[in-house]
Design a protein around this ligand. Structure first.
Ligand code: ZN
Length: 308
């Protein structure tokens, strides 16, 4: 059961904002005189925005590791709202909630992500600090539900230059390792087989697990064998480690580790969001650090897809 928040029209947005009495919304982020420009600006169909590990608590004033996570998300949203073009889609890649996916966490997350809905559809995936049932209950009216027996937050959507596969690696809430599970991997294999021609980009919360690892995907070996076998898979995008990093898997698949929007695990690493723009034969990924002085801020990684 995937949850995609459809893009809102200006009228819908303002109506919802008025009804909900949002604590933070587009009006606060973008002055009223600039709003027409926001809604009117053009869309770049090849550009995507990624947020990950937002860790929003019910109490928006909560700090963890000396970071106010709600303030961080607001700053990222503000920058995206001011971006010269609208992205094709926004993906929030898991650990939406602070720690254990309580209903109040999703209520606050929903308010904070609301302005993004004026820009583009928003796809939400789940991490180990989310709780699936609470999450689904928090977005009942916005959910675009496809019939599925997976009972996971997984979906496929298509863009001009790639097919995107959003996967759900939440195994047990507030327990570090993740798992896709056999049913979801079988589903992924079928969906990939049905779409052989366009580059495929896989998105999931957890990292691949090193042989001695304890926090990544428990079924990493099966997942890696699967994506190596389907040669149209070009990239796997994930979060979880709170450590912005790009490397290449032995199969040629590019591994893109998103930075956290919330707090970092290791001092000195960047937090923020990532802009990805697809070309025909690859993509560029740009870190948008919340600290513009960070040495990796605005660095663009130009990635070339492996040969089929
Ligand atoms: Zn996290």
């Amino acid at each position: 059961m995937p949850v995609t928040l459809p893009q809102l029209t200006r009228r819908e947005f303002l109506k919802r904002a008025a009804l909900a009495g949002l604590g933070m919304g587009l009006v606060e982020l973008v002055p009223p005189k600039s709003q027409a420009g926001l809604f009117g600006k053009s869309r770049d169909k090849n550009t995507f925005a990624f947020f990950s590990d937002t860790h929003i608590a019910a109490d928006a004033t909560l700090k963890h590791s000396n970071v106010n996570m709600a303030d961080n998300l607001a700053a990222c949203v503000r920058e995206l709202a001011a971006w010269p073009v609208k992205p094709a889609a926004v993906i929030v890649n898991g650990d939406l909630a602070f720690q254990s996916g309580r209903p109040g966490d999703y209520a606050t997350f929903g308010k904070w992500i609301e302005p993004v809905r004026a820009l583009a559809p928003v796809h939400l995936s789940l991490g180990n600090h989310d709780e699936r049932e609470n999450f689904w209950q928090a977005f009942p009216h916005d959910a675009t539900r496809q019939s599925s027996t997976l009972h996971r937050q997984a979906t496929v959507f298509s863009s001009d230059r790639a097919n995107w596969f959003l996967l759900d690696s939440l195994d047990a809430t507030d327990t570090a390792p993740g798992e896709f599970g056999t049913a979801q991997l079988d589903w992924l294999a079928r969906e990939l087989t049905a779409r052989p021609d366009k580059p495929a980009i896989l998105v999931g919360h957890h990292n691949l697990q090193a042989p001695d690892g304890t926090t990544g995907l428990k079924d990493s070996a099966a997942f890696e064998e699967l994506f190596a076998r389907h040669r149209q898979v070009k990239a796997f995008i994930f979060g979880h480690t709170h450590n912005w990093h790009v490397e290449q898997h032995a199969s040629g698949v590019l591994l893109v580790n998103l930075p956290p929007t919330g707090y970092v695990f290791k001092e000195g690493r960047p937090s923020g969001w990532v802009r990805a723009t697809l070309a025909r034969d690859g993509a560029e990924f740009e870190l948008r650090s919340l600290d513009p002085q960070h040495p990796e801020h605005a660095q663009i990684k130009r990635l070339k897809w492996s040969e089929d």
